[in-house]
Structure formats: structure tokens, C-alpha cells
Design a protein around this ligand. Sequence first.
Ligand SMILES: N[C@@H](CCC(=O)N[C@@H](CS)C(=O)NCC(=O)O)C(=O)O
Length: 265
Amino acid sequence: MLFLHHGSTSVCAIKVRLALAEKGLPWEGRVLDLRAGDQHRPEYLALNPNGVVPTLEHDARVIIESTLILEYLEDAFAQPGLMPADPWQRAQARLWMKRIDDTLHAACSSITFAIAFRRVMLRLSPQALEAHLARIPDVDYRERQRASIEHGLDAPGVVRSLRDYDRYLADMDAALARTPWLAADDYGLADIAATPYVNRAAMLGLEGMWQGQRPHLAAWFDRVRARPSFDVAITRWIAEPERDRFTVDRATVWPAVQRLLGEAR
Ligand SMILES: N[C@@H](CCC(=O)N[C@@H](CS)C(=O)NCC(=O)O)C(=O)O
């Protein structure tokens, strides 16, 4: 049996839900409340010492790290295949995923906290906020969150995060001018891995990063959203608390981000 410990809107968990949906695999799972700190409970840390989602259990064997979970699902459940057959294209697919692990994911969390989650986190008392941050095992992740919560878009790391995001989207647009999907002619793990990050940018009011300027990326996102897996893995998981967390003042966010991106160039 496949059992997924996940989060309703967590980008890394969405990758795994997308792969499960695309492969048509039955699974069960448990949604962790990341704001309530479920990821820091001892019984969860025993499965995933990094205190993050997702964690997959397959017949009681544990796999952590979303990229590795995608690769595991591809190895364990070969059909339908989600990796290209050509070795060079396979390397490209892995590079898209590696770049997420190396930079895009960190950029995403710093921007998400600065634009959206900050508002909800600042409802906590200073003591409760500090206690929440103190439980995050990864010091870099903790300090990124802290800076974004305290300073919003003015946090020191945010400009760099926006630039990293923008570069990834620019490279996606260039690649999608050559092939219909990111690494090949067929939809695959690279597309799955990138989907929640493009969708997150849309949820944060940053569609201007592609609309009107990156037509191949815009068309790719339309095709991704039209796949049944998008509804199954993403839309259905958004309930009222998530809507509250992602309430964004779109009229001010995009102009502010445009200004910061302009300064970074
Ligand atoms: N490298 C990890 C990153 C996982 C990660 O950062 N997950 C976030 C949600 S997308 C999380 O669980 N955050 C916990 C928190 O905010 O304390 C992976 O790809 O699985």
C-alpha cells in the first residue's frame, strides 16, 4: 500500500500527488497541518527527520524528498512511463528537478511567506511565532521564513529569490519553444515537478511573470491545467483555510514585484 504524509497546498506534496494521479495509483494519506506544527511531532520526525512533507510509505518502507519520491514511483510503477527514453532527455528532466531542489524551492518558500503566509503568521503572539520557528530543524529554511515573516517583500533574500524564480521561468519558456513538454515531446516528471511552482506563482498574483511575455510557458500552463491530474492533485485540496492563507493583495503585489525584479536586473 502507498501511504502519503502530505500538505494540502505544499508544492513538494503536490508533485507527488500529481505523479500518483498521472500513474493512476491508489493511495491513502494523511494531511499534516503545517501551521499547527504537525511536521515537528516526534512520531513524524521518526519518519522524516527534516520535519517537512512529503513522506511516502510503500508497504511500510519510507521514502523522503519529493524528487526522490518521484523517481521511486517511476522505478516501482513503470507504466505509464514519465521519463523520456533518450538518455540526454532523461538528464534534462533530472536537471529541471535538480534546479528546483538547488534554488527554486528555497526561492518559492521565501516569496510565499513574504507575500502570503506572513499575514497569517503575524496573527500569532511573538512567543508562539518564535516557538514555531525554533522547531524548524533546517537553519537556512528557518531564517528564510523568519526574514520573510518579519519584513515581507523587503526581506533581504527576497530579491534574489524573485530573480531565481524569474530565471527558471525564462528557461522554461525557452525550452518549451523547442519541445511541447519540458524535457521531451511527452509529458513527464520534469513537468510534474515544475507545475506546483508555476501554480504557486499564480496563487501569489505573479502571473505577470509569464502572461504577455512568455507565450510558450503560458501555453504549457494552460495544457497542464487541462489535465485531469491538476484537479485531482491540486484544486480539490484547496479548502477555506488555504484560501485565507493565500489571500493576496494582487493590486499591490505585482507592481512591487515588478519593481524589485527591475532593480535586480
Ligand atoms: N527538499 C524537500 C523539501 C520539503 C519542504 O520544504 N516541504 C515544505 C512544504 S513544501 C514543508 O514541509 N515545510 C514545513 C514547514 O514549513 O515547517 C522535498 O523536496 O521533499
